[in-house]
Design a protein around this ligand. Structure first.
Ligand SMILES: Cc1cc2nc3c(=O)[nH]c(=O)nc-3n(C[C@H](O)[C@H](O)[C@H](O)COP(=O)(O)O)c2cc1C
Length: 265
């Protein structure tokens, strides 16, 4: 049984599946029908382009069945002005309400982030959602412990803040999202950054305030007690983290940014 089969009754021989396959796994048979390569099962990256591009439901991929491939709604109108505003109005939120974020909203944003591109479609990211504010506090304490140990002058000010009862590391956020990915995958960091960026935008669109937790990411790379508290599996590293909660303040303007430095050729 081939990984990909073609229903000749439905196929219009338009060549689309063959053209979009990134691994070049289709060839035409003598009648012009696409035929999946004999060794395609090993080389297929399961990106689903062949399934997604066929307008006649003529192609069946054993691991990406049609009933799991949602139909695109072509009647939806993308409001570019609203989209641009979302992209420009997303801010790093550092002041949160005590009220918890409904889990369903976070689940939705993770669901959207699953469609982020990843190298060779590996989808290496795993998600850890820490909903308990007391646990987030404990993790902030471990970040402080690590930064105190490594004695770098640039962190001294933050340690002083922590000692004064402020939390510059996780900003007293009620929740924390951490992602991790395998060390033996060369694209883990890039794939994770893209996925977390996609999550951040989906979260922002749902009224969730997020901020990248750079201090925690730094500490997770060097502090075993923090890794253990997070429960990061052996062979994985923390590749991204966002503190999140409901924003305490509403922003009213888009702050200016540097002009894009672009070379056009
Ligand atoms: C990789 C990365 C790490 C960051 N780490 C922190 C952090 O630990 N604490 C913090 O308050 N902000 C952190 N930020 C937020 C940046 O300061 C923020 O993105 C930048 O000032 C621009 O502001 P905006 O995100 O509101 O547009 C981080 C951002 C990135 C991309």
């Amino acid at each position: 049984m081939s990984l990909v089969s073609i229903d000749h009754g439905r196929c219009r021989r338009d060549g689309a599946c063959s053209a979009v396959c990134p691994a070049g796994l289709f060839e035409n048979d003598p009648e012009g029908f696409p035929q999946f390569h004999a060794d395609g099962e090993q080389r297929c990256i399961r990106c689903g382009h062949c399934v997604a591009v066929c307008g006649y439901d003529a192609l069946q991929h054993e691991e990406l069945p049609l009933h799991e491939a949602a139909l695109l709604d072509s009647s939806l109108q993308l409001d570019l002005t609203a989209l641009n505003q979302l992209l420009q109005a997303r801010r790093s939120v550092r002041e949160f309400k005590a009220e918890p974020v409904p889990q369903a909203l976070v689940r939705e944003a993770i669901e959207i982030a699953r469609w982020a591109p990843s190298a060779v479609n590996r989808q290496p990211v795993e998600w850890l959602v820490i909903q308990n504010p007391a646990e987030v506090r404990k993790l902030a304490g471990l970040v402080a412990e690590y930064l105190r140990q490594i004695v770098e002058p640039r962190y001294a000010h933050y340690i002083t803040m922590w000692d004064q009862g402020k939390d510059p590391f996780l900003r007293s956020a009620p929740h924390l999202l951490v992602i991790h990915a395998p060390d033996d995958w060369g694209w883990s960091t890039v794939d994770s950054t893209i996925a977390l960026t996609q999550f951040e935008l989906a979260a922002c669109a749902r009224g969730i305030g997020t901020c990248w937790a750079g201090f925690l990411m730094r500490a997770a790379a060097g502090h075993q007690p923090l890794r253990e508290a997070l429960g990061i599996p052996e062979g994985h590293s923390v590749t991204g983290a966002l503190m999140y909660g409901l924003p305490r303040y509403r922003y009213h303007r888009i702050p200016p940014r540097q002009a894009a430095r672009v070379t056009w050729r």
